[in-house]
Design a protein around this ligand. Structure first.
Ligand SMILES: [Zn+2]
Length: 221
């Protein structure tokens, strides 16, 4: 069950198109999995559109508006064609994971899986733009050493469940972390846990022998 949602501020910024690409992608993917937030975004979008129209009565006569309308009405067709070329699943070691609709288009820009320490797998995703995106899969019993972040880390749970010593997370949960959070994710789920994550900066390992990993933390990007 989904327990963690983006804040209303974040959903409103998303509806306004004010978020950076990576963050917007994660919110869109969360909304694919969460009818509750999808309804909120829909509501925010309608309210925003109403106030935009109220501000300008003449907007419908402007050339900019006609071209915007034309591009909106053309979009669904283009998307439908594109959808056929997208993979609904990503595969790891014979396991198949269904992707939220918004992430499907990145199935072809996902690099090879590499196996890291601690029963972890990682596949980089080229989303264009800033930040680093990865699919990370924790096998049952897998863990990431305790770490903090130098920038923001946004995570969406795609399949399975994990804990981090602070909370438990389930499929669909949206998690925002920054440099004030220290956590050590692990999964005891029988199917492990697949997440999609975007970080601005490398992780910073905080405890014990894992500190020796800091020079290599770019591997955990
Ligand atoms: Zn939600």
């Amino acid at each position: 069950m989904i327990n963690r949602h983006p804040t209303d501020e974040r959903l409103l910024a998303f509806a306004r198109g004010a978020l950076a690409g990576g963050e917007a992608l994660l919110i869109a993917a969360h909304c694919d999995m969460c009818p509750h937030c999808a309804a909120k975004v829909q509501q925010f979008t309608e309210t925003e559109a109403e106030s935009a129209f109220a501000e300008s009565d003449n907007i419908m006569e402007s050339p900019a508006f006609s071209s915007m309308l034309a591009s909106i009405t053309q979009q669904p067709v283009a998307e439908r064609i594109l959808a056929k070329e997208q993979d609904e699943f990503i595969e790891l070691d014979g396991r198949k994971f269904k992707l939220p609709r918004s992430l499907k288009r990145y199935s072809h820009s996902t690099g090879n899986w590499s196996k890291l320490v601690g029963k972890l797998w990682q596949a980089p995703v080229d989303i264009g733009g800033e930040g680093r995106a990865n699919f990370i899969y924790m096998e049952k019993g897998g863990s990431v050493p305790e770490h903090t972040h130098k920038g923001n880390e946004l995570t969406l749970v795609i399949n399975g469940a994990f804990s981090d010593g602070i909370n438990d997370y389930d499929s669909g949960d949206f998690i925002a972390m920054n440099d004030s959070h220290t956590h050590a994710p692990f999964s005891e789920d029988k199917d492990g846990c697949l997440v999609f994550t975007i970080v601005e900066e490398p992780l910073h390992f905080t405890s014990g022998i894992a500190r020796l990993l800091n020079p290599f933390s770019h591997l955990f990007f």
